[in-house]
Write a protein that binds this ligand. Structure first.
Ligand SMILES: Cc1cc2nc3c(=O)[nH]c(=O)nc-3n(C[C@H](O)[C@H](O)[C@H](O)COP(=O)(O)OP(=O)(O)OC[C@H]3O[C@@H](n4cnc5c(N)ncnc54)[C@H](O)[C@@H]3O)c2cc1C
Length: 120
């Protein structure tokens, strides 16, 4: 990945479970649902209203400190969500047809037997 990004030298040092301060990449982000859990805005490919904006989104753990990148990505996703919310509000405001009222329905009845109150 780093070589593809243009870095001529890439040094790798694998760290074991004892070095657990930079856990990243448990729910990788990416455009392809076959190889990632989250989309590029950290929304789960499979669950429409689930966003995960912690260190899980990284494709892998870099050697360097991740906290600022986690915060930057969270801000980016928040900005995206705010934009999406604004768009849906504008869409609602621009509706010309009247909104049909929702008819009240009967509340669901319990399927278990209701016992009479115990005496005393
Ligand atoms: C000793 C140490 C030193 C580090 N030093 C640096 C550094 O100098 N620079 C740097 O960039 N990074 C550093 N890191 C890494 C950095 O702290 C983490 O990568 C970063 O905090 C991860 O952010 P996060 O939001 O994914 O998770 P966290 O910051 O771990 O946040 C997860 C939050 O979820 C909460 N939580 C967990 N389970 C539940 C639950 N079931 N219900 C509700 N809440 C829950 C936890 O209490 C926690 O507040 C260090 C890590 C360690 C351990």
């Amino acid at each position: 990945m780093m070589k593809r990004a243009g870095y001529p030298f890439v040094f790798v040092e694998r760290m074991g479970i004892a070095t657990n301060s930079h856990q990243c990449g448990t729910l990788r982000f990416g455009a392809d649902p076959k190889t990632s859990v989250l989309d590029p805005y950290c929304r789960a490919h499979d669950v429409e209203n689930l966003y995960i904006v912690d260190s899980a989104f990284f494709p892998s753990s870099a050697a360097m400190n991740p906290a600022l990148t986690i915060a930057a990505q969270a801000l980016r996703v928040a900005e995206h969500l705010r934009g999406a919310e604004l768009m849906s509000r504008l869409e609602l405001m621009s509706r010309t047809e009247p909104i049909e009222p929702i008819e009240p329905t009967e509340p669901p009845q319990p399927t278990w037997p209701i016992l009479p109150p115990s005496p005393g």
